[in-house]
Unconditional design. Structure first.
Length: 80
């Protein structure tokens, strides 16, 4: 999972990709202020992988947001 400096013009989201970290075929999860997610792109992930990533985000979204907010003034998904 990752985000890039190009991502910070949108509200908080993360990409999930293969080991090459390419956006082609990657999934995109917008993150809500309660740790929930909105899956915009499923990419090449299966349903089990999507649920696992959503669970990881829910457990770690506050720490993830601290990193995000160092680079972006955009908040969580749905806060604007």
């Amino acid at each position: 999972m990752y985000f890039t400096s190009h991502c910070i013009v949108e509200c908080m989201h993360v990409h999930a990709s293969d080991s090459r970290l390419t956006e082609a075929g990657s999934a995109k999860f917008f993150v809500k202020s309660d740790g929930g997610t909105v899956l915009q792109e499923k990419g090449m992930l299966n349903d089990r992988e999507v649920r696992g990533i959503q669970s990881f985000i829910r457990e770690n979204y506050k720490e993830m947001y601290l990193k995000w907010s160092l680079l972006s003034d955009e908040g969580f998904y749905g806060d604007r």
